[in-house]
Structure formats: structure tokens, C-alpha cells
Design a protein. Structure first.
Length: 364
């Protein structure tokens, strides 16, 4: 095995796995000896063509009744042993954790492993609040990479370790042209309902669709909807009954191309979604996932809502008048859109892949 092996650990939801996979692919594209370790949930996000140098381990929460906790503990012990075998095989010089409970067993393994090998640990936090697993191992980390240029109140003790790098992403669509989008006669309204809590998006949309019909230039609106299969028929019926043009799928392979043509979005506020909105300068109506850990989606959404590039929605729809005014301005007011583009342009963007690799190389 090569001496400079880099092991990336991740798992759980796409919010953790996709940035880790992007960085893993970037390292391999730049001839680095990179490996990825994930759990069964994370493995589902990886295509067959990408499975070289990828390991899968057991992981689990320690929640629920006694039986579930016992089963979870057994899975964690198996995951620890699997991680130990992988560590001994690879002897990684660098480990990068992208968080989630799936990283717990490998990080415990790292604590034992570092006594025998000079392995450096880096953490990457995608959200506005650091996750539980990353926080637990912050003291052991050489550096903590964060997505957003903001204060992380639960990391005050380790502020000297924190470096803003952004989110590892694929290269932004090179054909993206803001002027072309601005001059487009159609208004592409993207509804992006993730797998978690997608019914909330449906319920919200059904409450405002009659108001949308009263907006000026409503005939220009074309709805593009990415949502789970189980709610597609309901959204189809809603849009058909109100005579809207639409395209609806469970997944768009050319999602970057769709983002480049999107005028306004209705979405959640996972870290990846917020970064997409920033990169493609898309004004949005945001419904944070209420069940997100430590309400981190609410904190993510504030990055855009506090500068006027998004409307943050609560369950009671107290902001209905503001939402409708925001949509009206985006659809009909070119000067309003120019101001939004200016606000988006003031948000600093980072090349996370390059910055993280530079940190790792400089520390060797």
C-alpha cells in the first residue's frame, strides 16, 4: 500500500455522503491515493462505476427500546472491527470525517490507531451547526473545515482549528449564463422536495397555488418538480387542475442544467441545497425540515433569508403576504432580480476540493 493513503469516512444521508463522494472523486482525478468508507445507507448514493476503493461497514444509532439499543451496539462493535481491519490494511496518513453517526465507529478506531501511526484527522462540517459526531471528536482533529463563513457557537473552544472551505461540489455548469436566464420569457419554478418530510412541501404548495394563479405573468410559469414517487400523483393533479405547465420526476440526471435555468425555487435547506442556491443565484422559498438535528436547517436557511435572497416559511404561514410579494417581484420585477443577483454575488464562494487538498498537503 502507498504511504500517503487518504481515507474519507461518511454515511447516513446524502447531505453527508455527496460532498464526501465529490471530494473522493476529486482526489482520484488528481492522482491521489484516496479511499472512501461508508455505511449501508451511504452506499446507496454511490453508482456502480464509482465503487472502486470504497469500503462498507455496519453502523447504527443507539436509540429506541432496549432491544434496538442492544442491536445498535452490536452493529457498532462490528463496524469498529471492520474499520480496524481497513485501517490496518490501508494505514492511512490522513482521515477526513464528513460527519453522521456512521463515522462514530471509524473515529473511535482512529483514536486507538493514532497511538501507533502518525495519522492526521480532519473534520468537515456541512451545516451551520456542527453535528454530534464531529463535535465529539473536535478535540482530536488537526483541523475543522466548515462550509459557511459564520460563527459556530458550539466550536468556540476550537476556533483556532476552524477553516472556511465551503462544500465539496462538482464543477458548476460552464454553460450557466445569468443574462440568458434573465432574458428568458419563461419562469422556471423548481420544487425540490427531498425524501424527508416531502409531504410538508406538498401541503404548503397546495395552500398557496390559488394565490400563485393570481400573480402577474402567471402563464409564463413552468413548474419543474423533483419529488418522491409517493406524492407525484397528488402534485400532478394539483398542477393539472390549475392548468399549469410542468415536468415531474423522482430524479433528474441533468439537475445542474435545471438549476442553471431556475428562476425561483421552493425547497428545504440542507447544506447542499443552500450551496446550490448560492452557486446558481436562485431566490427561494424555504421550508426547513423541522426534524433536522439541532434545527440546523433553520440555521442554514438564515444565511439567505437574512440578506433577502430567500423567504423562510413557518408552519403557520404567518409570512403569506411576504411570500406572495417575493414571488411577484421575482416573476415580474427585473430591477428586484438585479438587486438579488448583486446580493448573491457578495456571498463569498470557495473551491472546497482545492482548499482541503492544499491544507492536507501543507500539513504533511
Amino acid at each position: 500500500m502507498k504511504k500517503n493513503n487518504i481515507l474519507i469516512i461518511t454515511g447516513g444521508t446524502g447531505g453527508h455522503v455527496i460532498p464526501a463522494l465529490n471530494f473522493f472523486n476529486y482526489l482520484n482525478d488528481n492522482s491521489k491515493s484516496a479511499y472512501l468508507l461508508t455505511d449501508n445507507r451511504g452506499h446507496k448514493y454511490i453508482s456502480n462505476s464509482d465503487k472502486k476503493n470504497i469500503f462498507k461497514i455496519y453502523s447504527s444509532h443507539l436509540t429506541g427500546n432496549f432491544s434496538f439499543k442492544l442491536l445498535g451496539l452490536i452493529k457498532l462493535l462490528i463496524g469498529f472491527l471492520q474499520s480496524l481491519i481497513i485501517f490496518i490494511k490501508l494505514r492511512p496518513k490522513t482521515i477526513i470525517s464528513f460527519g453522521s453517526y456512521a463515522c462514530f465507529a471509524p473515529l473511535v478506531c482512529f483514536v486507538f490507531f493514532k497511538f501507533f501511526f502518525k495519522t492526521k484527522l480532519y473534520l468537515h462540517e456541512q451545516n451551520s451547526l456542527i453535528g454530534q459526531t464531529n463535535k465529539l471528536f473536535s478535540k482530536k482533529a488537526n483541523k475543522i473545515f466548515v462550509n459557511f463563513d459564520k460563527k459556530y457557537p458550539n466550536l468556540n473552544r476550537y476556533k483556532n482549528k476552524i477553516f472556511v472551505v465551503g462544500l465539496p461540489q462538482k464543477i458548476i455548469n460552464k454553460d450557466f449564463n445569468y443574462t440568458q436566464r434573465e432574458n428568458n420569457n419563461n419562469i422556471n419554478f423548481l420544487i425540490f422536495a427531498g425524501s424527508q418530510g416531502s409531504l410538508d412541501i406538498l401541503n404548503f404548495f397546495s395552500k398557496i397555488i390559488n394565490e400563485i394563479k393570481r400573480l402577474p405573468d402567471v402563464k409564463k410559469i413552468n413548474f419543474i418538480v423533483q419529488c418522491p414517487t409517493q406524492i407525484q400523483n397528488q402534485i400532478k393533479n394539483l398542477l393539472t387542475n390549475n392548468n399549469f405547465n410542468f415536468e415531474i420526476r423522482s430524479f433528474f440526471n441533468n439537475f445542474e442544467n435545471i438549476l442553471s435555468k431556475t428562476s425561483i425555487a421552493l425547497c428545504r435547506s440542507g447544506a447542499g441545497t443552500i450551496n446550490d442556491l448560492i452557486n446558481y443565484k436562485i431566490p427561494a422559498i424555504i421550508l426547513p425540515l423541522p426534524s433536522s438535528k439541532n434545527n440546523h436547517q433553520f440555521e442554514n436557511a438564515k444565511i439567505l433569508s437574512e440578506i433577502g435572497c430567500a423567504i423562510l416559511v413557518d408552519k403557520e404561514l404567518k409570512e403569506l403576504d411576504q411570500i406572495l410579494l417575493f414571488m411577484k417581484n421575482v416573476i415580474s420585477d427585473k430591477s428586484f432580480n438585479k438587486r438579488l443577483l448583486y446580493k448573491f454575488s457578495k456571498i463569498k464562494r470557495y473551491n472546497a476540493n482545492l482548499l482541503m487538498l492544499e491544507h492536507i498537503q501543507n500539513d504533511q
